[in-house]
Design a binder for this molecule. Structure first.
Ligand code: NAD
Length: 480
């Protein structure tokens, strides 16, 4: 089942459902999905594995449809669309499919002497109906990975893709019902108003990926029903470049982090902290990297994405217009064609938009600091980031920088890649989110980890029952 509220054109970024026509019957949809869950259909492992197989089959067979949709929505080069959205999702789902039968089994735990004789276990059981709300930047991965985790854990799912990636949203809504159980896994298309309708319903888990601002709205809505949430949010992810770093490689990797999807990646490096000693060499290394990536024609190369909407491109143009720093690389923005050049700005004012908002585009401020101690203070004075990157060859310094800061995740000497292995739990901390997923952490996020203790009826020592004689009390105190 795929329910659609007329998707808007890619360039229309008003965020408003134009006429309210074709609005999905949200309460009816959620009630139907709940009825499916209540029927017990989603619980058997066989059903769960069939759905995961269906998702992999869909992504494999429909690869071209999906990469074309990503190109329409974001101008994504097809290799980036394939690797970062289609293949990354296939890999994650295959891993979940392989391990789900084991993760779903009761997990034996040891019990203390005082509890014996008894057996203890943790039994993962499905939570019920999960709502998954996704953003537009990796619109396949960020909808299907949580969906796969929810299904593997035996839940039914209502999923809302982002209206700002309308071609991908439409492809998902059209194709999913052909590959997975349409009574238990339902896509509802639409904008923020549909999201609001969805959030008015009761779920057993809400998994939201998007901005911190909307994350707050989601959490408030969830609180009404005491629904647990996983919030995968954004924020400013810093990169600390120690003097011991390999500056050439560091520059290339940072440049790649901003080039990929034109910087519209939740864990893209948002700004760089470096001492004056290596700052200019770092900027030169980034210049060389961008020139190499673009072949000298950033606008013309098919290997560089566009900004999702004119509104977002205008927002980025605004950030470039007023920052008080020095533009060292790039600087061109053309909202009409949704093009923003990879740009490096040295030392923008700290209260400028560039340094107070999440950039979410191909602009990289480089901030000069006196030392890595100052860099640590700078980072710790701000919201806890989703990702924090450390570049350096001196292991002791690197370890100390990791230890003295915090973040949802960290990659040393590279960017973004820590989110790819399913064995590394992915998520934020503080303002960048709560909860984890990927691999088993995703399975557990959508499970009730039920604690079960099994006691034999005999022996049934009278010791623990009243009346509490002084002798019983003495023994109980010793045993407790
Ligand atoms: P967004 O918060 O604007 O939208 C995300 C989803 O929420 C969309 O489906 C949208 O329709 C819905 N929505 C928008 N306004 C709403 C409202 N008022 N009430 C209810 N629902 C609403 O985010 P976005 O612009 O799609 O994505 C960019 C943000 O997402 C960035 O901050 C980025 O860092 C973050 N992000 C985080 C991760 C992560 O894994 N932590 C991944 C990708 C993006």
């Amino acid at each position: 089942m795929a329910i659609t509220s007329e998707p808007r054109a890619a360039s229309d970024s008003s965020g408003v459902d134009p006429d309210g026509a074709d609005r999905p019957d949200v309460p009816g949809i959620v009630a139907r999905v709940r009825a499916t869950y209540d029927s017990g259909r989603t619980r058997p492992m066989e059903w769960r594995l069939e759905q995961l197989d269906g998702l992999v089959r869909m992504l494999t067979r429909e690869e071209e449809r999906f990469t074309a949709a990503l190109a329409t929505d974001l101008g994504k080069p097809s290799i980036e669309g394939y690797l970062a959205d289609v293949k990354a999702t296939i890999n994650e789902i295959k891993d979940v499919r392989k391990h789900a039968p084991k993760w779903a089994k009761p997990r034996k735990v040891s019990l203390p002497m005082a509890s014996k004789p008894a057996k203890g276990s943790v039994r993962p059981e499905p939570l019920g109906v999960a709502l998954v709300i996704a953003p537009w930047n990796y619109p396949i991965q960020l909808l299907l990975n949580p969906m796969a985790a929810a299904v593997a854990a035996g839940n039914a799912v209502v999923a809302k893709p982002s209206e700002l990636a309308p071609a991908t949203s439409a492809a998902l809504a059209e194709l999913l019902p052909r590959y997975v159980d349409p009574e238990a896994i339902v896509v509802v298309e639409g904008d923020a108003s549909v999201s609001t309708d969805l959030l008015a319903q009761r779920y057993d888990h809400i998994f939201f990926t998007g901005s911190t601002r909307v994350g707050q709205i989601v959490m408030e809505a969830a609180a009404r029903h005491l629904t647990p949430v996983t919030l995968e949010l954004g924020g400013k992810s810093p990169a600390l470049v120690d003097d011991s770093a390999d500056i050439e490689v560091t520059g290339r990797r940072l440049a790649w982090g901003k080039w990929l999807n034109a910087g519209q990646t939740c864990v893209a490096p948002d700004y760089v902290l470096v001492t004056e000693r290596h700052r200019d060499a770092l900027v030169e290394s980034m210049r060389a990297a961008f020139a190499e990536f673009s072949g000298g024609d950033t606008r013309g190369t098919p290997d560089y994405s566009r900004i999702v909407t004119q509104r977002h491109a205008t927002r980025l143009e605004g950030l470039l217009a007023d920052h008080g720093g020095a533009v060292a690389i790039g600087g061109e923005a053309d909202p009409e064609t949704r093009y923003v050049e990879p740009t490096v700005v040295i030392d923008p004012e700290l209260d400028s938009g560039l340094m107070s908002e999440e950039i979410f585009g191909p602009i990289l401020p480089v901030i000069t600091v006196d030392s890595m101690d100052a860099a640590v203070d700078f980072v710790n004075d701000r919201d806890k980031p989703l990702a924090l990157y450390v570049f350096g060859e001196d292991d002791e310094v690197v370890e100390s920088l990791v230890e003295r800061t915090t973040a949802g995740g960290t990659c040393v000497n590279h960017v973004i890649l820590h989110l790819t292995p399913s064995t590394l739990p992915f998520g934020g901390v503080g303002a960048s989110g709560m909860g984890r997923y990927h691999g088993q952490s995703g399975f557990d996020a959508f499970s009730n980890l039920r604690a079960v203790m099994k006691k034999p009826s005999n022996p049934d020592a009278k010791l623990a029952y009243p009346p509490y004689t002084s002798m019983k009390e003495r023994i109980l105190r010793r045993l407790a």
